[in-house]
Write a protein that binds this ligand. Structure first.
Ligand code: ATP
Length: 213
C-alpha cells in the first residue's frame, strides 16, 4: 500500500497541497485531477521519490520510502512527461535495457509483444531519437507490458496516444489492478472503462482546503 501522511508542497510561495492523506491499495486506480498548475506532477514526483515534500512523508508498505529507497524503486514504475529513452538505442534495445534493469528474466518474445501492443512493429530498428514524440511516448509506455512492479505512477500516459492506444492502455490498467497492482495517474482526457472503478482525487479541492485552513 502507498500512503501519505500530512503531505504538503509549496512552490513559489503558493501552497499546492497540504495535509494530504492519500492511500492507494492493491487493486485500485486513482486518477489525479485538477487544472494546469494545480500540482499533479509535483505530487507524482514526490510520491515517486524524485522530489522532497515541504512537509509530511510518503509510506510504502507502512514504512517511509526514504528508509527503503532501493526496495521501493523495485516495486515502482514511474513514467513522467519525458519518454526517458536512450536516444541512440532502438525501441527494442531500449526495452531490452529496461528488462535487464528489472533483473532480466523476460524473453525476447515479450519485448516484441510489448512493441506490438503499442503499435510500433516496423519501427523497432530505428534509433529512438528519430521517432516522433508520440512514438517515443509509446516506447516508454511499452514498459508497462513488461513491468513486474505492482505500483504504477503515470503522468499523463494518454497524451499523444490515439484512440486504439488509449483503449489498450485502459484494458491493461484493469488487468494490472485485477492482479493486485495499483495505478495512480493524471490525465486531462477521459479514461475509458478499465473494468475496475476509478477513484478521482481533485487536487484543486485540496488547495482550496489548505487555503481555508
Ligand atoms: N521546480 C519547481 N520550482 C518552482 N515552481 C515549480 C517547480 N515545479 C513546479 N512548479 C510550479 O508548481 C505549480 C504546479 O506545477 P505542476 O507541474 O505540479 O502542475 P500540474 O498540475 O502537473 O500541471 P499540468 O496539468 O499543467 O501538467 C506550477 O505553478 C509550477 O510553475
Amino acid at each position: 500500500m502507498l500512503a501519505t501522511e500530512n503531505l504538503a508542497c509549496i512552490r513559489d510561495n503558493r501552497t499546492l497541497f497540504a495535509k494530504l492523506e492519500l492511500q492507494l491499495s492493491p487493486g485500485e486506480i486513482v486518477q489525479l485531477a485538477g487544472p494546469n498548475g494545480a500540482g499533479k506532477t509535483s505530487l507524482l514526483r514526490i510520491l515517486a521519490g524524485l522530489a522532497e515534500p515541504d512537509m509530511g512523508r510518503v509510506l510504502w508498505q507502512h514504512q517511509p520510502i526514504l528508509n527503503q529507497r532501493q526496495a521501493y524503486y523495485r516495486q515502482l514504475l514511474y513514467i513522467g512527461h519525458q519518454a526517458g529513452l536512450k536516444q541512440r538505442l532502438t525501441p527494442l534495445e531500449n526495452l531490452s535495457f529496461y528488462q535487464a534493469l528489472q533483473g532480466g528474466g523476460g524473453s525476447d518474445a515479450s519485448l516484441w509483444l510489448a512493441l506490438e501492443q503499442v503499435g510500433l512493429l516496423g519501427l523497432e530498428e530505428l534509433p529512438a531519437g528519430q521517432l516522433s514524440a508520440g512514438q517515443q511516448r509509446r516506447v516508454a509506455l511499452a514498459r508497462l507490458w513488461l513491468s513486474a512492479a505492482p505500483l504504477w505512477i503515470l503522468d499523463e500516459p494518454l497524451t499523444a496516444i490515439d484512440c486504439d492506444g488509449v483503449l489498450a492502455l485502459a484494458a491493461l490498467f484493469g488487468r494490472h489492478c485485477r492482479a493486485g497492482g495499483m495505478v495512480l495517474l493524471t490525465t486531462h482526457q477521459p479514461l475509458p472503462d478499465c473494468g475496475v472503478p476509478v477513484r478521482k482525487l481533485d487536487l484543486s479541492a485540496m488547495e482550496a482546503m489548505a487555503c481555508s485552513g
